[in-house]
Every structure is written in C-alpha cells, then in structure tokens.
Design a protein around this ligand. Structure first.
Ligand code: FMN
Length: 209
C-alpha cells in the first residue's frame, strides 16, 4: 500500500476498540518517527507525554468533554509546548549539537546567535505560539506515521489545556498541553470508518503559480 492508500484508510477515529493495545515494538517505532519531526531552528519546542495509565486517562476524559477516545484508545499522546524558551534552553540545544556532531562551540556560534536573536525578538505569548506551532508539526508526523504503521489515530483539540496541565503536572515542568492525539485500533462498529473523505477539490486547495 502506498502512503496515499494509507492516508485514505485513516480517519479521525471516534470509537476505539478498548481491548486492543499497540504492541511495544510498534509504539517504539512510532515514537521514533515522531522524534524526527522537523522544528523551527531545530529547537523541538515541546515534550511528548505518552499516557497509558487508565486512572489518569479517566480524569483526562472528563477534561476533554467526555470524548471516549481518551480512555478507549491504546494510548493518549499529549504534545506539550515548552513555556520557557529562553537562553538556557537555546544553550542546551547548542550543547546537544556540539556533542552529537562532535564539533566545536566556535563553529556553532552563528547558529546560537541566530537562535538567541529569534528568541529575544518575541514576547512570551509569541514564544508560546511559536512552540505550539512546532507541536502541531509533530502531530502531523504522528498521524501520517501511525497510519503508515496501520495504527488508527485521532488528532484532538477538544480538551481543556488548563485541566490537562493540572492533571499531568505540566505547569511545574514548564509545559502546557497544546494538542493531543489518541492512537490504537478502531472498533468494528465505528460508523465513521465508512464515511467518504471530504476534502477540498484539488483546484480549490492548490494554487500553482
Ligand atoms: C488539530 C485537530 C483537532 C481535532 N480535534 C478533534 C477532537 O477534539 N475530537 C475529534 O473527534 N476529532 C477531532 N479532530 C478530527 C477532525 O475533525 C478530522 O480530522 C476532520 O474532520 C477530517 O476527517 P478525517 O480525519 O476523518 O479525514 C481534530 C483534527 C485536528 C487536525
């Protein structure tokens, strides 16, 4: 099956089969895919929380308008944006680049200054929006990669970020829940799996110049 076929197969799963769990090796592969998501300046401005604990998920479901995917999917993924993108955060990334690429601090000084310039130009609110945008890119990779692996998924914004932050203890980690996804296997009787895809016509969507 091509990626196109798999994206046709995927849909925003409304009803998961609560008895089916994603095998550990498949979950590991999916997370490895998501780890490779691109991000602005490579800063990966988020953490990804993988929630499997049923008690925690029961609480989170209440904070997500009772949506059943939260408890019935195999796993819940929370993309939590960093709220403290500052000089220390940039320095940590620089250290990672130097260590990973076995290079010198001098060689990445220009890159560091570019990052610091970008960070200093933004207000706190703008930095958060910047971080949240990056989290959505990771979400996009997750939905595509899960589909490629035959894992059903539903991206979700229908939740209270404030309550998620509270339940997951995100605030004290300098994080805030931005967008979530549920992953697992569709229930046989989820009517949504049979619905035709509704998308803009190509001529409505693409502008070739
Ligand atoms: C950012 C985002 C947030 C969404 N939030 C929810 C949600 O809270 N609950 C839900 O059931 N579906 C949610 N959806 C699913 C969309 O409604 C769905 O992707 C869209 O209608 C297209 O349908 P399809 O994905 O089945 O092709 C969300 C999708 C995205 C991308």
């Amino acid at each position: 099956m091509s990626l196109l076929d798999k994206l046709q197969w995927r849909y925003a799963t409304k009803k998961f089969d609560a008895t089916k769990k994603i095998p550990a090796d498949k979950l590991e592969e999916l997370l490895a895919d998501v780890r490779l998501a691109p991000s602005s300046l490579g800063l990966q401005h988020y953490r990804i929380v993988v929630v499997s604990n049923p008690e925690v998920r029961a609480k989170l479901r209440e904070a997500a308008y009772g949506q059943s995917q939260i408890t019935d999917a195999s796993h819940l993924i929370v993309f939590a944006a960093e709220t403290n993108i500052d000089e220390t955060y940039v320095q940590k990334r620089i250290d990672e680049v130097v260590n990973t690429r076995q290079t010198s601090y001098e060689s990445v000084e220009g890159y560091k200054q570019m990052m610091l310039g970008a960070v200093s130009r933004l207000s706190d609110e703008q930095r958060l929006i910047w971080a949240q945008k990056q989290a959505y890119i990771a979400l996009g990779i997750l939905t595509a990669a899960a589909s490629e692996l035959g894992i059903d998924n539903c991206p979700m914004e229908g939740f209270s970020a404030e309550q998620f932050d509270e339940i997951l203890g995100l605030k004290e980690k300098g994080l805030t829940a931005s967008v979530i996804a549920t992953i697992g296997y569709r229930a046989d009787d989820d009517p949504y799996s049979a619905y035709a895809k509704v998308r803009k016509e190509e001529s409505e969507l693409f502008i070739h110049i």
